[in-house]
Ligand binder design. Structure first.
Ligand SMILES: [Zn+2]
Ligand SMILES: [Zn+2]
Length: 70
């Protein structure tokens, strides 16, 4: 059972929210939370999408930009 504290506009304060019984088959990933204070269901949109982080593909060896003959 995962619950978290969020600000509830209805309760005008921080309340404990818990995941309601999901009927949409989201399971543990259900984006819905219900305020235990007033029962208002909120949708949390705080899913962290794993951004496809492109590796910075720079050549390992950087050519010397300007080399002066001593
Ligand atoms: Zn759900
Ligand atoms: Zn509330």
């Amino acid at each position: 059972m995962s619950d978290r504290e969020l600000h509830c506009d209805n309760c005008e304060g921080v309340q404990t929210f818990e995941v309601p019984p999901c009927v949409d088959g989201h399971g543990a990933d259900c984006p819905e939370l219900v305020c235990t204070g007033c029962g208002t269901a909120v949708l949390i949109a705080t899913f962290a999408f794993p951004a496809p982080r492109l590796a910075d593909r720079r050549p390992a060896r950087r050519p010397a930009p300007h080399r002066r003959a001593a």
